[in-house]
Design a binder for this molecule. Sequence first.
Ligand SMILES: Cc1cc2nc3c(=O)[nH]c(=O)nc-3n(C[C@H](O)[C@H](O)[C@H](O)COP(=O)(O)OP(=O)(O)OC[C@H]3O[C@@H](n4cnc5c(N)ncnc54)[C@H](O)[C@@H]3O)c2cc1C
Length: 350
Amino acid sequence: MNSYDIIIIGAGPAGATFARIAEKSQKILLIDGSSDGKPCGGLLAPDAQKALACFDLTLPREVLVDPQIFSVRTIDLKTKQQRWYQRLYINVDRKKFDNWLVSLSPFNVTKEKGICFKIQKENDGYIVTYKNSSGETINAYGKNLIGADGANSIVRRSFFPKLHTRQYVAIQQWFEEEREIAKPFYSCIFDADTTDCCSWSISKDGYIIFGGAFAPKNCRSIFENQKEKLIKFGFPLNNPVKTEACMVLRPNSLKSFCCGGDGIFLIGEAAGFISPSSLEGISYAINSAVMLNNALLSDKKDKHKEYKRATKSLRLKLIVKNLKCPLMYDPYLRKIIMKSGFSSIEIYQK
Ligand SMILES: Cc1cc2nc3c(=O)[nH]c(=O)nc-3n(C[C@H](O)[C@H](O)[C@H](O)COP(=O)(O)OP(=O)(O)OC[C@H]3O[C@@H](n4cnc5c(N)ncnc54)[C@H](O)[C@@H]3O)c2cc1C
């Protein structure tokens, strides 16, 4: 059985960032099971851009998609109100973005395609069992384990199952974009009858992605119900070419976060770090990986305590975002804010 200083499960932005920046003297195994890429809007918000800027990283052109859009059309389906807001996102191909981050891993990182399905504590470390891309079952030993495996983290479920957070199912469908029918655009959709979270549409390289986050019960039929309303609203959402779904977390209290313990560290969405208002999670994934690396490099003896201390600012930021949620998600307050036009922009020649 191969032995490592650190085993990272999950090579999304959190796991790939940690692998890239960790101490080079450490032997690291990075395992990821994804084949199709993670369902995602693929929008890099200013915080994610800043997280990349802090490493002086520049985005290769292949990662970008067409078009780049500067406003989001916000729609309340119940009141039929619409407003446009300026947004400074970068529109990327999420799979290519993740692959690019992983490609930056240095020589001390062994990358494995595989799905981890069992983790056991053994002496001072952990035995991780995974099925690799050839279907073989492999065991690997790690002195430390990093759970960077996203919302449905097996690491968190196995060792820290009591996470008090809201869980939604995010469903996305892809449609071929007919530009003669609709100009490319981003939208953010509120529909209190189908979800207390939000939905979105994004134009990407000849496709329109329409997605939303729904409570798990009957989520698929609720998604279809909302899609029907949008078709009536003029959205070209017929004949999907791809449907994808995954869990998404929505933290609502300090108990919604878990940084790990006993040689296990959780980073990114596995730790609960994602915005409850916008579901933006890439910056939190990158920043928590940086904070963990700083904690492990520090001279503090208790690395868990140090990582928890370092991530306090992330937790507080997310709780503040949660406190702001009623302004976006309470139908009455939203109606007043949209009606006032506060911080919206005027669109000429709609
Ligand atoms: C539909 C949707 C749209 C979103 N849109 C945006 C957006 O536009 N912008 C934004 O900033 N955020 C967005 N988010 C949030 C963002 O995608 C996540 O918060 C972010 O990807 C978290 O990064 P991570 O590295 O922690 O985990 P992830 O990106 O989820 O990566 C986890 C990785 O672990 C792997 N993995 C999981 N389990 C195992 C296992 N057992 N064995 C091996 N590998 C495993 C997965 O394959 C995956 O590659 C969106 C989320 C959803 C659901």
